[in-house]
Design a protein around this ligand. Structure first.
Ligand code: 5GP
Length: 122
């Protein structure tokens, strides 16, 4: 099934400057900003500027330049936020089972407290 991107999602509005955000890093193809409802002392979202719904969509259809830029942005944010020493978690929720709230690819970088096991049974 082809991926269908809804350009009215909240992160598309952030990228167009229609909604403010607390920017951590901006690069040619990516934007990193603080989550509005942080679940850890460090909770940064990294998104590509392009219209990708999920990680698999991005990995299949983005250009090499976008993919490199995005991954470098994740690394740069990890360094800026100093998460290597204490450890961190990188999460990308997708679709219904993944309970994805915003249909624009984002990875969560979470750190600054013990984060518990990866999954809890619902
Ligand atoms: P998801 O469940 O899709 O993986 O996560 C979406 C995340 O986006 C949530 O952690 C939520 O708090 C965050 N979020 C939703 N709306 C906004 C917003 O307008 N600004 C920011 N900075 N984060 C948002």
């Amino acid at each position: 099934m082809p991926y269908s991107y809804d350009d009215q999602n909240i992160f598309a509005k952030i990228l167009r400057g229609e909604i403010p955000n607390d920017t951590v890093l901006e690069t040619e193809h990516s934007l990193a900003f603080r989550d509005i409802r942080p679940q850890a002392p460090v909770h940064v979202l990294v998104i590509p500027k392009g219209p990708y719904v999920t990680y698999d969509h991005f990995a299949q259809e983005a250009s090499d330049a976008e993919i490199v830029d995005f991954n470098r942005a994740v690394g740069t944010v990890c360094k800026m936020e100093g998460v290597e020493a204490g450890g961190f978690r990188l999460i990308s929720n997708a679709g219904e089972a993944g309970v994805q709230e915003v249909p624009h690819l984002h990875v969560h970088i979470l750190a600054g407290r013990p984060l518990g096991r990866m999954l809890a049974r619902a």
